[in-house]
Design a protein around this ligand. Structure first.
Ligand code: IMP
Ligand code: MG
Length: 205
């Protein structure tokens, strides 16, 4: 397996316990992620110097990114979480997004950053930008750890982007396939047998 050279990671165990035939190929190593998240935190600190900041993480995928990012921000900062799901029973998402968990606290008058794990078609962030804007934040920016090439349906321009990645299905560092692999420290490309690509029904945020 492509990940076997990194024994400290228990990546092999995670795969075996799941499905023998799934393969993981490292795309972004933990050190690179750590460095980039630190840079993003510094950039955000500079951009909002002297101001109070509010982070809104999109459950569940962004929870690990957010927990690392917030510790790299040297400002007075609060956080909240929001959760969404896609409508649709078919193997492809219908593209409609609905709210499954709203914010706990008002964001009125707060400089707010929406923190997401990955930007793919753009539907999720586009929807959440609209929802959050209605709550009258003082400002609203978007930070995404990953931006996938291709597949864009909604135009979204994130203010902070960790990495541009190829149009592959990735797991780890919060990102899952059918709720698995979120605990991997590296971000890996998930290869399924026969090159079957994970479809949106299996995507849990
Ligand atoms: P979008 O609405 O198409 O931009 O998709 C964003 C959501 O789909 C993310 O919040 C993820 O939960 C999920 N997603 C998209 N691509 C991947 C992937 O490669 N791995 C895991 N989850 C993904
Ligand atoms: Mg997500």
């Amino acid at each position: 397996m492509a990940c076997a050279e990194d024994p400290g990671l228990f990546r092999e165990d995670v795969v075996k316990r799941g499905q023998d035939t799934e393969h993981l190929k490292v795309l972004l190593r933990r050190n690179a992620i750590e460095r980039r998240v630190r840079q993003m935190g510094r950039q955000i600190t500079r951009d909002f110097r002297g101001q109070r900041l509010h982070l809104v993480g999109v459950l569940k995928g962004a929870s690990i990114f957010l927990s690392d990012l917030i510790r790299e921000i040297r400002l007075e900062v609060s956080l909240d979480f929001i959760s969404v799901a896609s409508y649709g029973q078919s193997t492809r998402s219908s593209g409609q997004v609905r709210l499954t968990k709203d914010l706990d606290n008002s964001i009125e008058g707060l400089h707010t950053i929406l923190v997401e794990d990955i930007l793919d078609t753009g539907r999720t962030i586009n929807y959440l930008q609209r929802v959050i804007s209605q709550r009258k934040p003082r400002s609203l920016r978007v930070a995404t750890l990953l931006r996938k090439s291709g597949r864009r349906v909604k135009q979204v321009r994130p203010d902070y982007i960790g990495f541009e990645i190829p149009n592959e299905f990735v797991v780890g560092y919060g990102l899952d396939y059918a709720e698995r692999y979120r605990n991997l420290r590296d971000i890996c490309i998930l290869e399924l047998p026969g090159d079957v690509r994970p479809h949106s029904q299996a995507i849990h945020r």
